[in-house]
Ligand binder design. Structure first.
Ligand code: CA
Length: 365
């Protein structure tokens, strides 16, 4: 069943408790003092510690504090003191339960079993959450990858058909559509790889980066999207603005901020970008859109991994819900951040700040 450590200096009581717990099917380890108890906490994989308060040398309180510094194992304090203050003290120090002396063995066993059941329940909940997460990732990835793949196949089949052999315009349109789908798949694969890099710890490669050239590059990249939705994109940025940042990561941040602005812009909307230098070789960049805006209670949530922004009209937005998560993580890797100014019906401003090298030399190797 469970691995239980019993810490008790009264030999008789220790014997009785151990015997009873063993009869319940548990594996029991014993300790008669703090030093021995801490050694066993380090040595064994324990599910529970039953800890007496009144012990020689090191008190149960002290042992409880020290166990908490090294392990999250549940602790039941056994105290002869019935004052509420002692109970509160024990819970403050990280104990999960308490039993007051003198106690019926049955009471102790009932507490032990209740605590173990609750732990198992907690574990089941965590496992279920992990399973749900895995399932939804698998579902999203397969949907996001298979849908464009099917579209590409269909488009290429049409382009190959005899009927379009001599119609170059139609052929060009179909191939253009196929290319757009390939690009969105490539973006998805890149995002997933970036997410893995974020989890493994990003390394920055700072170098002087010409900001206006990067903005222009991203606007060019999304030309087709702008045209399709009749959007216009403009920027204000000094030609000579150079920031000492990781330009590859900066480009990814920009892409996600732009893509987000495109996704939520109304037909014919405007997106504009304002970039300014930060002291010490950094850059601050605001992306404004005329989208539906975001209520304050979602300002943090939208940066969560896999968060899907739900709109009033229940429109389905493509993507995994990792773009803003990635953008913020990449900003934070620069010791910067992305903040949001937005209110429903008023559009949004995503404000990116990337400090330069001077405040952050430790990233350089
Ligand atoms: Ca004692």
């Amino acid at each position: 069943m469970a691995n239980i450590l019993v810490v008790e200096d009264e030999q008789d009581l220790l014997q009785v408790m151990s015997l009873k717990l063993r009869r319940e099917g548990h594996s029991v380890f014993t300790a008669e003092n703090g030093q021995d108890a801490l050694m066993k906490v380090d040595e064994y994989v324990l599910d529970l510690v039953i800890l007496d308060v009144m012990l020689p040398e090191m008190s149960g309180w002290e042992i409880c504090t020290q166990i908490r510094q090294r392990s999250a194992v549940p602790i039941i304090m056994v105290t002869a003191l019935t004052g509420d203050q002692d109970i509160v003290k024990g819970l403050d120090l990280g104990a999960d339960e308490y039993v007051t002396k003198p106690f019926q063995l049955q009471t102790l066993i009932a507490r032990v079993n209740a605590l173990l059941r609750r732990l198992q329940w907690d574990r089941d909940v965590v496992e279920k959450e992990v399973d749900d997460l895995k399932r939804s990732i698998t579902g999203m990835v397969s949907h996001e990858l298979r849908t464009p793949l099917a579209a590409i196949m269909g488009t290429l089949d049409l382009a190959l058909q005899e009927a379009f052999k001599d119609n170059q315009d139609a052929q060009r349109d179909f191939i253009h559509d196929a290319r757009m789908n390939v690009l969105s798949m490539r973006q998805l694969v890149d995002d997933l790889l970036t997410m893995v890099r974020i989890d493994q710890g990003l390394e920055l490669l700072r170098r002087p980066t010409l900001i206006h050239a990067e903005i222009k590059r991203v606007i060019d990249l999304y030309q087709d999207h702008f045209r399709e939705h009749h959007l216009s994109a403009n920027y204000t940025c000094a030609e000579e603005l150079v920031a000492n940042i990781d330009h590859f990561l900066f480009r990814q941040i920009l892409q996600h901020l732009f893509f987000n602005a495109i996704k939520f812009s109304p037909e014919g909307g405007q997106i504009w970008v304002v970039a300014e230098p930060l002291p010490g070789g950094g850059v601050e960049l605001d992306v404004h859109d005329q989208g539906c805006g975001i209520a304050p209670e979602f300002h943090e949530k939208i940066f969560e991994r896999f968060y899907q922004i739900e709109m009033n009209d229940h429109r389905h937005h493509e993507g995994l819900g990792i773009g803003l998560f990635i953008a913020r993580e990449l900003a934070r890797a620069h010791r910067g951040d992305i903040t949001l100014i937005s209110a429903p019906a008023n559009g949004s401003i995503f404000s990116l700040s990337l400090p330069g090298e001077t405040s952050d030399t430790s990233d350089e190797t």
